[in-house]
Design a protein around this ligand. Structure first.
Ligand code: ATP
Ligand code: MG
Length: 449
């Protein structure tokens, strides 16, 4: 992509309304624009990040056996009356009446719709286990939308729903999603820790929130420091096999949010130097809720004995539009965003320091072609303008590698590579630079881990 023909509305001023660093950087780097309270347009650079996040989620959901579909944003109120949640949900639900006076709502979540689809088509235990998911916009009329897309009213969520015959099968489905989540966040360059979460009247141990530690997080969290370097399950993990050892390893060390904290247990089980009491961002949640919806909505199947059997369910959410600020909170410096390669809007930014100069332009065209031919996702700053402004933009938007081509270097057949994260700089010939970038970037994509 050539920057001269791209749409990248960066802001020079730090917007006043933005309180936290990720919100400021998302506005300054031209990722989003607020259209109304808690409603955001995703500008091209931000949307590219969102799509990369979506790709990773889809790949890992597929690996764990979940099947993608798409349900509408608007839902019929009648389904929610059946489950008993229509009145209970309260003011966060956006209720709409159509021209025929029918009650609709903008879906804040999809348990009712998916249960309705399930009961329509699935009649036998032989069709289980089943895990269906979609990635769709949700609306919750948050009383205080804030921090940009961290807590917005309209937000993009991946929500999966598992259906199983009995609790023990449901536990296996839960474990599959748990492992998928560990891999998903890792691939985005994040350290997300599963923490015990509220199960409400359902009880049991099958509810975890995945939390990214950040000072600006809205939840207080308590956990064992070793959870920050736990091994991530490998790509070839057998999702049909026994995942219990992985789950046991991850849940054997204490981790809970402030809603669930048992201080005595925390202090008893975590030695003092290993105790982390910090703040965190909830980037996802996995939750077993049994027959909470299949019961009242009459979704049953025929069991192996020919009798009608209950269907046990779980739901599994990931906030895509919250992940973008969460990644920025975890990875930025004074100059701007520092994207992990796997979610970066571009992998390399080619800076032509003297656009308009015939020799520089020719060399940069050559480099641009070679970068693309090497399979790298490149943004070419071919605009005329000062080097200082180009460096500032490149640092602000946080592309992981900068390939800097200035007139003096080009005469000597050399370019400079800057690693955005470490600041390390290397000077080398054109072809060596392409090979260097390819070798550095490919493993950082984390698509083979
Ligand atoms: P929170 O406690 O932050 O309000 P929640 O527990 O109500 O979130 P869930 O129903 O568990 O949210 O939704 C799944 C995921 O969707 C959350 O883990 C979060 O990443 C994301 N999410 C929820 N609400 C919002 C929001 N208002 N803005 C952006 N993302 C959200
Ligand atoms: Mg939650």
């Amino acid at each position: 992509m050539r920057l001269s023909s791209y749409f990248l509305p960066v802001l020079k001023e730090v917007p006043k309304e933005a309180e936290i660093v990720s919100h400021r950087l998302m506005l300054r780097a031209g990722l989003i624009r607020q259209q109304a309270a808690g409603l955001y347009a995703w500008l091209p650079l931000g949307y590219k990040v969102l799509r990369k996040i979506q790709d990773i989620i889809e790949q890992e959901q597929a690996r764990a056996g979940a099947i993608e579909m798409l349900m509408p944003t608007l839902q019929s109120a009648d389904l929610w009356r059946e489950s008993g949640r229509y009145d209970a949900y309260g003011k966060e639900m956006l209720r709409i009446t159509d021209r025929h006076e029918r009650d609709l709502l903008y879906g804040p979540t999809n348990e009712e719709v998916i249960t309705d689809i399930f009961r329509t088509f699935v009649k036998s235990y032989k069709e289980l286990p089943l895990n269906l998911y979609h990635i769709q916009w949700k609306f919750r009329d948050e009383i205080r939308p804030r921090f940009g897309t961290m807590r917005s009213r309209e937000f993009l969520m991946k929500d999966a729903y598992s259906f199983d015959l009995g609790m023990e099968e449901a536990r296996k489905s839960y474990y599959r999603m748990f492992v998928a989540y560990l891999r998903t966040y890792y691939r985005m360059g994040l350290t997300a820790i599963p923490m015990k979460a509220e199960t409400g009247p359902i009880g049991g141990d099958l509810s975890h929130e995945f939390i990214v530690l950040a000072d600006t997080g809205e939840s207080g969290v308590f956990c064992h420091a070793d959870l920050l370097d736990m091994p991530i399950p490998a790509a070839n993990t057998d999702f049909n096999g026994d995942l219990t050892p992985i789950i046991d390893q991850w849940t054997s060390l204490y981790a809970a949010t402030e809603d669930m904290i048992d201080m005595a247990e925390f202090e008893k089980t975590v030695p003092e130097p290993k105790r982390i009491a910090a703040r965190g961002i909830e980037v996802g949640q996995v939750f077993y809720f049994g027959t909470k919806y299949t019961g009242p909505m009459g979704a049953t199947v025929t069991g192996p004995d020919g009798q009608e059997a209950e269907v046990h369910c779980g739901s599994y959410g990931i906030g895509l539009t919250r992940l973008v600020p969460a990644i920025i909170e975890a990875s930025h410096d004074d100059d701007g965003i520092v994207w992990p390669v796997s979610v970066a809007p571009f992998e390399v930014m080619l800076l032509n320091l003297k656009s308009g100069d015939a020799e520089c332009d020719a060399a940069c065209e050559d480099l641009y072609g070679k970068l693309k031919a090497a399979g790298l996702d490149v943004l070419y700053d071919d605009r005329e303008g000062g080097a200082g402004a180009k460096f500032a933009t490149a640092d602000l938007i946080g592309v992981p590698y900068q390939l800097i081509a200035g007139p003096r270097g080009i005469k000597a057949g050399e370019v400079e590579i800057k690693n955005r994260k470490t600041g390390a700089r290397d000077t080398m010939g054109f072809d060596a630079a392409i090979a260097f970038l390819k070798a550095a970037i490919e493993p950082e994509r984390r698509d083979k881990v």
